[in-house]
Write a protein that binds this ligand. Sequence first.
Ligand code: XMP
Length: 244
Amino acid sequence: MTSFSQRIARAADNKKSRIVLALDPPSNKPDLQDFAIKTINAVEQHICAIKMNFHLILPLSAAEISQINKTAHSCGLQSIADIKLNDIENTNQVAVDHLVEMGFDAVIANPFIGKGGLAALVQSAHKVDAGVIALVYMSHPGASEGYGLEEKGGRPLYNTFLGRAAEAGADGIVVGATQLEILKQVAKQGIPVYSPGVGAQGGDLENAIKSGANYLIIGRAIVEAKEPVRATKEMQSRILAVGK
Ligand code: XMP
């Protein structure tokens, strides 16, 4: 089995898209499984992966989640669980095993758990061919209150998180598209960068790609668009036009 990083890179090549669709249901969608499956089928030609958050995962059964992931896989897409995993080694491992059983390919985790905890998580995920994407700097305005804190000596916490992700062999890192200077800085590390924050949160698609984002995580600009397929296709073309 190929690694998650190889699988998503291949999906991105096949689909000519580096968009990870954040399947965040608008509030008027009571049938969540139906929303998820219909949205995937509608835009699958223009994305390389889907991402599901707690607020989609929690109300669904394991069978319903598996069905959504099966749909994604049958379209040649990868699936990421955005649960920002942040616990002790043994519970993290059980959580990863459940996620993989439900068909997820990767999990987003918080390096706040520490160097050893992140390394153990990556090892246990890799044993079951899953990937780990580590938060380095979130996209929302309050991110500076955590990821931007300075350690003794003035080193920003996100730099330490970047170092932990690299040392642990994480498959990717998350840096907000709203943080262009940090994006430029972390892109030099060579770990694939997943960047949320384009569109609804004010991040600029072209600037994010030029600054080093490899994949763009996009939710509302697609799921709340009047014409989601057209919106996705347009963003796919704009990313390709940057040519990076
Ligand atoms: P929008 O609607 O703003 O949705 O395009 C963005 C999606 O990405 C998630 N998100 C993040 N996930 N680290 C993450 O792991 C982040 O810094 C971050 N910022 C936004 C958000 O939950 C939504 O699904």
